[in-house]
Design a protein around this ligand. Structure first.
Ligand code: TMP
Ligand code: ASP
Length: 242
């Protein structure tokens, strides 16, 4: 595919224009960051792995009637996507307590939550991606009340789809972060990526709290064997027969 001007470079992806103004090309990088980019590194092969995992998950989600920005993959580390304006909110869904939920509430790691918890964070590295209340979100005009309700409903539906999908892979979906965008028809589309960078994924049935980790926590917490873990998620995702 012809390379056009780069229009945006994020921490994990570069977006290029294409011949069609409604379509962008996302190039997935091997770069890894954590803690609002204070920690930086490379996960060899991550770009290809995450692109393929995200493509599969977007297809599974679209098949259940949820609109996404995904079009197709012209190469293993490149995805054609519909152009959207990203809503600067990170929507996090949690099924099992981990990460900042444990740090900020004292809930014990691994506690199964009585129902999925949906949270909004402000997508702003320089402010440290703070947790938002609904009132702050509206005060900051990050989105409208009506759209906030739609995001919550979509996030819950996506959670149901992903829990089921990962169950078929022998993987437990602990939590994940998603982003949404608005296309030129004012439609809300699931955007960005869903991958081991943006999810906590535990090997089902593995009791060892370090061995079970198949996601970016291996990088965040220096657990080693990061590439093996990402590769294992891809192999399991590719093996799913729905
Ligand atoms: P947290 O427990 O650190 O708040 O993370 C919740 C989920 O969101 C976890 O699956 C990792 C993901 N996440 C991102 O994708 N990007 C981020 O910047 C952060 C902080 C978390
Ligand atoms: N993606 C975020 C960053 O680089 C944080 C994280 O995933 O831990 O800053």
């Amino acid at each position: 595919m012809n390379r056009h001007p780069q229009i945006y470079e994020g921490k994990a992806k570069i977006l290029y224009a294409t011949d069609d103004p409604e379509i962008l090309l996302a190039y997935f990088k091997d770069d890894a960051t954590a803690f609002n980019a204070q920690k930086r590194g490379t996960i060899v092969g991550k770009g290809e792995i995450n692109c393929q995992i995200a493509a599969h998950l977007f297809r599974a989600i679209a098949a259940q009637g949820i609109a996404t920005h995904f079009i197709d993959c012209p190469a293993t580390n490149e995805m054609r996507v519909k152009a959207v304006e990203i809503i600067p909110i990170e929507v996090v869904v949690r099924n099992i307590a981990a990460g900042s939920l444990c740090q900020q509430t004292g809930i014990v790691l691994g506690t199964v939550l009585p129902e999925p918890l949906v949270e909004f964070y402000y997508k702003n590295d320089s402010l440290g991606d703070p947790l938002l209340t609904r009132d702050r979100l509206l005060l900051m005009e990050l989105t409208t009340a009506e759209r906030a309700d739609i995001l919550i409903a979509k996030a819950r539906q996506i959670n149901d789809i992903l829990i089921h999908f990962f169950q078929l892979c022998g993987i437990t979906l602990v939590d994940f972060k998603i982003e949404f965008g608005i296309d030129k028809h004012q439609q809300i589309l699931l955007a960005d990526e869903i991958s081991p960078d943006s999810c906590r994924l535990w090997l089902t049935g593995e009791p060892d709290p370090n061995l079970r980790v198949l996601d970016k926590d291996r990088f965040r917490r220096d657990l080693g064997k990061i590439e093996d873990a990402y590769q294992q998620v891809l192999a399991r995702v590719l093996g799913v027969q729905e």
